[in-house]
Unconditional design. Structure first.
Length: 177
C-alpha cells in the first residue's frame, strides 16, 4: 500500500492562483509555488507533473467555477438563448484581475497542442448549441463572440475600459439577445 497523499491539491491551486493574481503569470514557477505552499518540488511534481499541468488544473478549476456561475444566471429549464444570456452576464460580472489572470493562463496553455485541443472543444460545445440558421441563433452567436472578445481584449491589456464602460458594453451585448 502506498503512502497516503499529504498534499492538498486545492490548497496548492489556491496558492498558485494567488501567485498569478498578485505577481502575474510569469511569476508562476514550481519553485515559487513550493515556497509559498511549504511543499517540496517532488511533492508538487507528484501532484501536477509539470508547470503546464499545474496551469491546466488552475484553468480547469476556473472553468468549472465559471460554468457554475453561468448556470446560476440561467433558468433551470432555460433555452440556449437563456444560457447565452447567463454566459454574457457571468462574463460581465468578472472582475478585471480575474480576467487578466485567466487570459494570461489561457495564452500560456495554448502553446501546447493538447491544451489547445481542449480549449477548442470547450468553445465548440458552446458554438454547437447555437443555431446559425435562425436569427436568434445568429444573435446568440454574435453575443457569445462579443463577450469573449471583450474578455480577451481587456484581460490581455489590449484595451483600457473602466467599470462603467465595461458594464455599458455588456448591456449592449445583452440587447442582442
Amino acid at each position: 500500500m502506498g503512502r497516503p497523499r499529504s498534499i492538498d491539491r486545492d490548497r496548492v491551486l489556491d496558492v498558485a492562483e494567488r501567485i498569478v493574481r498578485e505577481e502575474g503569470a510569469t511569476a508562476l514557477t514550481f519553485d515559487a509555488v513550493c515556497k509559498a505552499a511549504g511543499i517540496t518540488k517532488g511533492g508538487l511534481q507528484y501532484c501536477f507533473g509539470s508547470k503546464d499541468d499545474l496551469i491546466a488544473a488552475i484553468a480547469e478549476r476556473w472553468l468549472r467555477g465559471f460554468d457554475a456561475e453561468v448556470a446560476r444566471h440561467t433558468p433551470p429549464d432555460g433555452t440556449v438563448l437563456d444560457r447565452v444570456r447567463g454566459y454574457v452576464t457571468a462574463s460581465a460580472r468578472m472582475d478585471e484581475p480575474s480576467q487578466t489572470k485567466m487570459s494570461g493562463m489561457l495564452v500560456s496553455l495554448l502553446q501546447s497542442p493538447e491544451h489547445m485541443e481542449k480549449a477548442r472543444g470547450w468553445y465548440a460545445e458552446w458554438l454547437e448549441r447555437l443555431d446559425p440558421g435562425s436569427e436568434a441563433g445568429r444573435r446568440a452567436r454574435t453575443a457569445f463572440l462579443a463577450a469573449e472578445g471583450a474578455f480577451f481584449l481587456r484581460g490581455l491589456g489590449l484595451i483600457e475600459l473602466d467599470q462603467a464602460g465595461w458594464e455599458d458594453a455588456f448591456d449592449d451585448i445583452l440587447k442582442l439577445l
